[in-house]
Design a protein around this ligand. Sequence first.
Ligand code: SF4
Ligand code: SF4
Length: 279
Amino acid sequence: MKKWNMIIDVAECTNCNGCTLATMDEYVGNDWPGYAAPMPKHGHRWIDIKQKERGQAPFVDLAYVPTMCNHCDDAPCIKAAKNGAAYKRPDGIVIIDPEKAKGQRQIVESCPYGAVWWNEELQTPQIWPFDAHLIDQGWTETRGQLSCPTRAMQAVCVEDDDMRRRAADEGLEVLRPELGTRPRVWYRNLWRYTKAFIGGSVSTEENGTVDCVEGATVRLLKDGGKLAEMATDNYGDFKFDKLDENSGAYAVEIEAAGKPKKTVPVTLAESVYLGEIRV
Ligand code: SF4
Ligand code: SF4
């Protein structure tokens, strides 16, 4: 059976919040019985854009990750709910029944993604329900998706095997796979949010004139072995990306024509710009 998934490209999200606002427009003040009680005007972000700045000036980049209920296939919220208040539909969508879930604050605590919001006025937990009330009317795109100017979001309804194949082929990832919740929200280019880089700028000084060094060979070493190699660009810059945060000791080895080899030790916590390295 075909089921719903959401694919989000982190590289395409500009943090415009169009999806967040479109979702508010759909749910604030609107009651969708069986799907979602009205979303409060303030305090809820059923689609919430997380952001991360990596590096230090002038080597800085920003990544934005739209987050929402992941419609997990092994959902802790369903296990925590009493009276069947949270359940999975055959099409993959998780619903928290607005009436049955009343008073069940434990559903909020059960979600490891922080995707359940507590409606204080109605005393009920709420999630982004994949716009299931619209899907059931034949919609094939969600309000957030339709509002996205960069088409960073794409809802797809496919067989699970096809989705798994696509994820493997396109390098799609889910948030916190180690939890084993099997999310149905997939991310492309998630490394821009989760991984770290080591960057720097190679320069030289001749007769009092400082110049950047283009074409210097830069190697990234770990435990004495070479992990990667690149040449500096015309600004003398290099950047090794997609490294694990807090992954310990590295060495950056630089060889520029006519200059002695230079080695810079690095202990990687978060993304780091090594600054100007004079050879
Ligand atoms: S993200 Fe949280 S609320 Fe959504 S299905 Fe998973 S556990 Fe439940
Ligand atoms: S509408 Fe698109 S670009 Fe804007 S915040 Fe949402 S996902 Fe990102």
